[in-house]
Design a binder for this molecule. Structure first.
Ligand code: AHR
Length: 511
């Protein structure tokens, strides 16, 4: 009789937390983001002098508030593909005297109204640190050194005095620099082979360190794990630069390929393997060089991005005019996207021992957690919330989490865990569990054994989930999706128990 057939209950997903078993300390720079001169990220995004909310420098106060709320710690700039044609000297001095230029990367016109000084002002107002890229596409060592001197030398030389004359008396103190962007990609202006790039990166690194030995440098890894040159590229580039740089970059974007949502939900499986492959490759080079130094990772572009849609659009762009700040890459994120996004954050935290820097690409309007309308409001996308919560509560030491629980079948990754999780212990002993239920239909019971932790109660269980996984925040309905409190999580007899809603991002705070 069909009415008597009962579905077996979903098995419980379990793991143990013990402060004796840790991954590593979270570098606050794991919560970085990225502002590129691309589409409306800068113009009518962070910068819109005519907007009613603009401050005296043209920055949108409503956007500054949201960036602060997001908790971004470092902002990579000015690109991206844009940096491979970037002329830094165009972006300084009186704004009305700055030249208009063609931007080959995005087939746009760059007005340079927003430049270096405005970027630093934006950082000061959002409590974020700079992460500046130099152009190793169309330029090289000389221009990188000139920019470094203009930005960081106190005064008394031609370039530092020029900065002072431009109104910035104090040096910018930019410590973290990227040596170009995605130089392995054939689309990159000035694309190079691994050996060619490794050589110019090494020369530039050596010179920048001559200027300041404390300079922290990111060398370009592959623009994606699926590049045909992946791993060989990293090995060759690091052979040339190993002792001269601190970090190697990784970039990854995910979308539901061929509509395969189950694999999309397991995207972090790929992200974690990518990280582990790059660590293995870097350590292999280190071993060959008999070096005791360990290269760390700068995952300086990551996100959900509906890339095929952009690639189709890009073809039409080539034939168009050269517009100023066109609407490009303005993906509108669903609840499903936010759950995948949260899982990518979990993947980064689970590798906090080797990932020192990570940048959500990008910050405003362009595949971004914050959207704006020119002359109109700013609002939070669904992806805003996992980032803001992780940036706030993901500070401290990551505890080792080994999940034992139910799995589901995916086309791309085989059997994947329904639960993806990590936990971070703060200095005051409180613990935050970040967890994603990848299951689309069933709630997932969770049980966490707590050893050696001084936590006795649940402060909060917050979830991002919705009866409609396709729900989104839009201009017309900017608060359609918000995180909500969940009842029922408890700590008893050294065990945390909770239930995770289907397709959900969860933050469970214990004190
Ligand atoms: O973030 C958008 C673009 O993606 C960046 O400009 C580039 O580095 C990457 O391919």
């Amino acid at each position: 009789m069909p009415s008597r057939i009962r579905k077996a209950p979903m098995p419980t997903a379990r793991f143990t937390l013990d402060p004796a078993f840790t991954v590593g300390d979270v570098d606050p720079r794991l919560f970085g983001s990225f502002v590129e001169h691309l589409g409306r990220c800068v113009y009518t995004g962070v910068f819109e002098p005519d907007h009613p909310a603009a401050d005296e420098r043209g920055l949108r106060r409503d956007v500054l508030d949201l960036v602060r709320e997001l908790g971004v710690t470092v902002v990579r700039y000015p690109g991206g593909n844009f940096v491979s044609g970037y002329r830094w000297e165009d972006s300084v001095g009186p704004a009305h005297e700055r030249p208009r230029r063609l931007d080959l990367a995005w087939h746009s016109t760059e007005t340079n109204r927003f430049g270096l000084s405005e970027y630093l002002d934006f950082l000061r107002k959002t409590d974020a640190a700079p992460m500046m890229a130099v152009n190793l596409g169309t330029r090289g060592v000389t221009e990188a050194l000139q920019l470094q001197e203009y930005a960081n030398h106190p005064a008394g030389t031609a370039l530092s005095d020029l900065r002072v004359a431009h109104g910035d008396k104090n040096p910018f103190g930019i410590r973290l620099w990227c040596l170009g962007n995605e130089m392995d990609g054939p689309w990159q202006t000035g694309h190079k082979t691994a050996r060619e790039y490794g050589r110019i990166a090494a020369e530039t690194a050596r010179a920048m360190r001559q200027f300041d030995p404390g300079t922290e440098l990111v060398v370009c890894g592959s623009s994606s794990r699926s590049m045909p040159t992946f791993a060989a590229w990293e090995a060759t580039v690091l052979e040339e630069t190993y002792e001269l740089v601190d970090h190697i970059s990784l970039h990854a974007y995910y979308w539901p390929e061929d509509g395969d949502v189950d694999s999309f939900l397991a995207s972090a499986v790929d992200m974690e393997s990518f990280i582990e492959d790059v660590v293995a490759t870097a350590d292999h080079v280190g071993a060959r060089l008999k070096s005791t130094k360990r290269i760390t990772l700068s995952f300086d572009e990551w996100n959900v991005w509906y890339l095929p849609e952009w690639e189709a659009r890009a073809k039409t762009l080539q034939q168009a005019d050269w517009p100023e700040a066109p609407r490009l890459l303005e993906d509108c994120y669903s609840v499903t996207d936010a759950v995948v996004f949260g899982s990518l954050l979990i993947a980064l935290l689970r590798h906090a021992d080797r990932v020192a820097v990570a940048c959500l690409a990008q910050l405003v309007n362009v595949i971004a957690p914050i959207m704006t309308e020119p002359g109109g409001p700013a609002w939070r996308q669904t992806t805003f919330f996992p980032f803001a919560q992780a940036a706030r509560y993901g500070r401290g030491r990551v505890l080792d989490v080994r999940v034992d629980g139910p799995t589901y079948a995916t086309r791309k990754y085989g059997e994947a865990d329904l639960l993806h999780a990590t936990a971070v212990r703060a200095e005051d002993g409180s613990v935050t569990v970040f967890a994603v239920n990848r299951g689309r239909t069933e709630p997932l019971p969770l049980e966490v054994a707590l050893y050696g932790l001084d936590v006795t109660r649940v402060v909060e269980h917050s979830a991002l989930a919705d009866a409609d996984p396709d729900a989104r925040n839009t201009l017309d309905d900017p608060e359609r999706v918000l995180p909500h409190p969940v009842e029922g999580a408890a700590v008893r007899d050294g065990r945390l128990t909770a239930v995770l809603e289907p397709l959900s991002w969860n933050v469970i705070r214990l004190a």
